[in-house]
Design a protein around this ligand. Structure first.
Ligand SMILES: [Zn+2]
Length: 69
């Protein structure tokens, strides 16, 4: 009755997660944390892929310049 299941900390929210079949999303505590982590990776890749593609820094400066009265 006093069986200690090993636990891990969720990499996203540090919540304790039981390492066992009852935690299908381990080492994450939930599907949400898992998706957030996967999303972060996907986001990073997306950002890198877009960066240097056709982002014009001049366009940004022009935008703030037109803010002058
Ligand atoms: Zn979590």
């Amino acid at each position: 009755m006093t069986q200690n299941s090993p636990t891990v900390s969720c990499p996203r929210c540090a919540k304790l997660v039981r390492w066992g079949p009852e935690s299908p999303f381990r080492p994450f505590c939930s599907e949400r944390c898992k998706m957030i982590d996967l999303g972060a990776w996907a986001n990073e890749e997306y950002r890198v892929a877009v960066k240097g593609n056709d982002e014009d820094p001049d366009a940004r400066s022009a935008g703030s310049e037109s803010d002058a009265p």
